[in-house]
Write a protein that binds this ligand. Structure first.
Ligand SMILES: Nc1nc2c(c(=O)[nH]1)N[C@H]1C(S)=C(S)[C@@H](COP(=O)(O)O)O[C@H]1N2
Ligand SMILES: [Mo]
Length: 252
């Protein structure tokens, strides 16, 4: 659904980015910026908020605000033979594959991801089931990986493929390029200063801080760049969208 023109989008994004976003100059200089705007145009968020708002930062908290324990939800252990074998090795053999519409598809080991620049952020996680928790996450900003792999011109969404299945269906999620390049969107491998627990998505999970809990894919094995979500799962962009009609855009 598009209720505003491309010109309005670009203008409001430039205003939003210019006035609100830390690192906005970097985004404006980013060669992907036009693609980012185009992906937002197809997103079903325009009725809820202006594009400029989407570039704002989520609130960050202090160590004193941390929840005593960070609850786990959904899959707490993928428990497949392959996952168990990797867990037994401390996930030393885990690899993250970037495939689909990339100029230079990539495969990263956990060691390679951990050697990259990291971001640590204390944020509040909001689950639609009615609970919240504040946790400290450390990981590599997704933008760093996208700058290495380079999106092809047609890419509009990133699909996160996960190691767990609910019943016979693999969990998956997707985001547009506004969230993909957002400074707080990271692939986290640490929670509260410790290696990410299995229950919370070890060894690698998405933090996409302007979105509800179910968008934060755990146990990530691959990131696929696509032009459309139509060919993935049943085409609604995520596990819960396909099975229970959850909204694809879950901005908070
Ligand atoms: N792979 C995978 N990712 C997932 C889920 C899941 O079941 N499998 N559940 C989602 C939901 S509904 C929430 S609220 C969060 C829970 O993250 P947590 O277990 O760290 O609390 O993960 C999300 N990501
Ligand atoms: Mo959730």
């Amino acid at each position: 659904m598009t209720i505003i023109s491309r010109r309005t989008l670009i203008t409001s994004a430039a205003i939003g980015a210019g006035s609100l976003l830390t690192g906005c100059d970097a985004l404006n200089r980013n060669p992907d910026f036009q693609r980012i705007l185009a992906s937002a145009e197809t997103a079903n968020f325009t009725a809820q908020r202006a594009l400029g708002d989407r570039f704002q930062m989520a609130s960050e908290y202090s160590v004193a605000d941390l929840s005593p324990t960070f609850r786990a939800n959904g899959t707490r252990d993928p428990a497949t033979p392959a996952y168990a074998a990797s867990e037994a090795q401390g996930f030393a053999n885990w690899s993250l594959r970037l495939f689909g519409l990339f100029e230079k598809p990539q495969q990263f080991s956990m060691a390679a991801l951990q050697a990259m620049p990291q971001r640590t952020q204390i944020t509040r996680h909001d689950c639609v089931e009615g609970w919240s928790a504040i946790g400290q996450w450390t990981g590599v900003p997704l933008k760093i990986l996208l700058d290495i792999a380079r999106l092809q011109d047609r890419a509009r969404f990133l699909v996160f493929h996960c190691a767990d299945k609910l019943g016979d269906r693999p969990y998956y999620e997707s985001i547009d390029l506004v969230d993909s390049f957002h400074p707080q969107t990271i692939l986290a491998h640490r929670l509260n200063g410790q290696p990410l627990p299995v229950a919370n998505g070890a060894p690698l999970r998405l933090r996409v801080e302007r979105q509800l809990g179910y968008k934060h894919a755990k146990y990530i094995t691959g990131i696929e760049a696509v032009a459309s979500l139509a060919g993935i799962g049943e085409g609604k962009g995520g596990y819960w969208q396909d099975v229970a009609n959850y909204a694809w855009y879950a901005g908070i």
